[in-house]
Design a protein around this ligand. Sequence first.
Ligand SMILES: *Cc1c(COP(=O)(O)O)cnc(C)c1O
Length: 403
Amino acid sequence: MTKRRTIIKGLTSILPLALSTSRTSAAPPLPIPLQRDYFRELGLKPFINAAGAYSAYGGARMRPEVVTAMRYATKNKVKIRELHDAVATRIASLVGSEAAMVTSGATAAIVLGTAACMTRGDESKMRQLPNTDGIPCQVIIQKKHRYTYDRALTVPGAQLVEVETEQDVRNAVNEKTAMMFFLKPTQNGDNIPSTRYRDLARELGIPTFCDAATTTPPAGNVIDGVKEGFDLLCYSGGKGLRGPYSAGLLLGRKDLIRFARRQGAPNDLSIGRGMKVSAEEYIGMLVALETGLQISDTEEISWKQARFNNIISAIGDLTGVTLKTFVSTGHAKELYLDIDWDPKVVKLTHQGFVDALRANDPSVEIRLFLFSGGRVQLSATVMDEGEDVIVGKIIKKILMAHS
Ligand SMILES: *Cc1c(COP(=O)(O)O)cnc(C)c1O
């Protein structure tokens, strides 16, 4: 006891000096606990995402290069407008578009792009939105292209005018027409295909907007999308491009992009002031695109195939069960694993299988039936290394329990 006291006494004679010097310099960093499990601390149940980059599931797994870039941006400060200028110039040159901007997701790109077509460069009209008195506010859309996100078109006050035929388009165009909208790909097909729709709009002098949000991977599809010649084009950053969850791209005509930027943050009086993009997201979106464009289609497919191979070998040979990988047809090239079983051997419905995966600890989510046509399918895009074997073992356990 006495010994310890003397030691402490000895220390205190040194300490005040040390403390006083540390106070005048920068504050020492707070200690960061090495392994905090934030989600568990909050009582949340984490899950393994074998479903894909759905918004409700947190979007894509960001590329490691994106995470590094975003961490860099937390420490190094530049002015937001200058950063956006520089990132936009780089993105435009990477994809071959006249101009580009980073938005807070594809939805915000639709809102800002539509607002740009409605008000052009007129500052007082911009401030008037979503009141459209005296502002061209009609957006032409094919009936088959009506979808959940067309709500975004109406946010700045636009009204949708549905068409089916070319003659419908010609009849619909008047002095209130602001834009012609196109969705790619659609669940229902098109009455007027993209190139014809674009040519018709050019002939009638109406700017076009194409939602191509989910036409990646591969990232190279963005370059092909730009070549199609729509005046504006948007992509989701947090899906196939594997960028930040809440980032997106608006690409296209220089004048329209300039107007769209004035409709957005950090401009306080704009309709898009709430659709902020952080420095981390600007740089993260750029690096996601840059990295994605450097990766070949075959590389992109082969790491997913490797994940599925681990799942397939963890499941092993089960009687009546068929496992098959396939690349989706359509605009995005995505690899999926299709699992099928003979219901006479494995007495489990597809919904029962989904429920069992969800109830498992760890919980697993697979591709939504809405997109798989009711089939049991897995995506590897959001799965981390090592999770594949875990998923394979869980699937084996569930299928065997019902055999
Ligand atoms: C997901 C999606 C959007 C919205 O993208 P966000 O980046 O989440 O705003 C828009 N259009 C289509 C076709 C989509 O699939």
